[in-house]
Design a protein around this ligand. Structure first.
Ligand code: HEC
Length: 445
């Protein structure tokens, strides 16, 4: 943390408002993407395992990889970069706070990257295998040979890369979701001191399970859309297969959608009053309404088989995610408000003053000499002469060199008990040097 403190600057209030927007945008990329690969990997691995006896499932497992796990560049843009951004924002918001979950966020990022690397190993091995199969020109003996080879090496290897990948991604997401949970609940800032307390926290588990549930909603809605509609759907597959994909995904999606309100309501229940505000209840209500719409769309899809509905589902799921993300950001905002105003903003102001002081070039200007020549006739530090003592007036400026320099450069009437101060005709730079000198001097007394 010490190391990080050197690189992370505390934001000013305006900067913090901008960071909020950045955080929401980054979440809008990261959550759908991570949800899609988490759900995609889980489904592909489970179906792949069952697919040993059922070619339909095997095919589905392979197709999920092709359609959902996307390519590496998209992965960097929607996964890694937003994740790193989100974590940097957290560090800025919590400047000066050493809670353990911040370190766990860094660990989460590292684990995510490892999982990400293994995921592409899984994807590429599957792709290679499919490619070899295609190139074999339906030569049965070659296909058999390939299957054989896959059984003894490639298949196992492929599967293992997938298992390693999902293990790391799940671990990473547990830490990520857990850290977000802790940050949104100030009562936990002190109480959670180590990883063990983190692991046994029921609120963290609740939110993590909700994440898995969202991941399955995101991935099944993406499967439905990418397999059936987008760019004309998936090519060269039997009707039986498409029907199977549709039934499987819409049933699973519908089930997850129906139980999701329970998680959303419970997560509010865990939060302390100070993290909540009326708008959060309003957004929760809106989220419930959208869930009802999604549930209805799934139901229609199951009943009528109109594939066009899948685009609606995919889009509405994204709307739901946006609402939930904005809601969580507002919760975070309430939770960190006291810390921002008592620590972060104060520190930011101090730093900006320090920076200003350093920027004020006083080289070549001898403030003490100016004081003796132009000011000492009317001013002393501790007693009133013609003008008020500096020890009484300078502290008012609170270290603000620019403001004090402004006064010295062109004095205004201030105190009715004194006559106005005549303009001493200093240059701008001289006034600044004077102000810095006075602030330094009074500060030391
Ligand atoms: C002719 C007398 C005179 C001289 C010379 C003079 N001042 Fe003043 N100064 C005053 C008076 C009178 C006031 C009170 C003005 C008021 O309160 O409106 C004052 C007020 C101030 C204050 C307090 C402002 C505040 O916010 O209350 C500062 C700081 C100050 N002078 C700095 C300087 C500096 C620096 C110099 C030399 C470059 C200087 N003065 C030269 C008479 C003088």
């Amino acid at each position: 943390m010490n190391f990080i403190d050197k690189f992370v600057l505390p934001p000013t209030p305006e900067h913090a408002a901008l960071l909020n927007v950045i955080q929401v945008l980054a979440m809008l990329m990261f959550i759908p993407y991570s949800g899609m690969i988490t759900g995609g990997l889980i489904l592909s691995l489970i179906l792949g395992n069952k697919g040993k006896t059922d070619p339909l499932k095997k095919q589905f497992s392979v197709d999920i990889i092709q359609k959902l796990l996307l390519n590496k560049k998209i992965g960097y843009t929607l996964g890694i970069i937003p994740l790193v951004t989100i974590i940097l924002v957290y560090f800025q918001f919590l400047y000066g706070n050493r809670m353990v979950s911040l370190n766990l966020m860094i660990l989460a990022t590292i684990l995510f990257i490892i999982g990400f690397i293994f995921m592409y190993r899984y994807v590429n091995r599957q792709k290679l295998f499919e490619l070899l199969k295609e190139r074999s020109n339906d030569d049965n003996s070659t296909i058999e040979l390939l299957e054989e080879y896959n059984k003894i090496s490639g298949g196992e290897l492929t599967h293992r890369a997938g298992v390693i990948s999902i293990t790391f991604i799940l671990l990473s997401m547990f830490l990520f979701v857990g850290s977000v949970t802790v940050t949104a609940n100030p009562l936990k800032w002190e109480s959670i001191q180590n990883v063990w307390e983190f692991i046994i926290d029921s609120e963290i588990w609740l939110n993590f399970l909700f994440y898995i549930l969202l991941a399955l909603i995101i991935s099944t809605s993406a499967i439905l859309y990418f397999f059936l509609v987008w760019q004309g759907g998936i090519k060269n597959r039997t009707l039986e297969y498409l029907e199977y994909v549709k039934l499987f995904s819409s049933k699973l999606g519908l089930l997850m959608t129906i139980i999701s309100p329970v998680f959303i309501a419970l997560s509010l229940f865990f939060l302390p009053q100070l993290s909540l505000s009326p708008i959060i209840y309003v957004l929760t209500f809106v989220a419930f309404a959208i869930i009802i719409i999604i549930g209805n769309l799934y139901y229609q899809l199951l009943k009528t088989s109109a594939s066009g509905l899948t685009a609606g589902i995919f889009f509405t799921v994204f709307v739901l995610l946006s609402i939930l993300i904005v809601k969580d950001q507002l919760v975070l905002g309430n939770a960190i408000k006291p810390h921002l105003s008592s620590v972060v903003f104060v520190k930011a102001e101090e730093l900006s003053k320090e920076r200003e002081a350093n920027l004020t070039t006083t080289t070549g200007i001898d403030a003490e000499k100016i004081f003796n020549e132009k000011c000492s006739a009317c001013h002393k530090f501790d007693v009133k002469v013609v003008g008020p003592p500096y020890n009484e007036t300078v502290p008012k400026y609170n270290g603000d060199i620019k403001k004090l320099a402004g006064y010295i450069y062109s004095p205004q009437k201030i105190n009715p008990e004194y006559p106005p101060m005549p303009n001493q005709g200093l240059k701008q730079k001289e006034a600044e040097a004077m102000a810095k000198w006075l602030i330094d001097k009074v500060g030391k007394k």
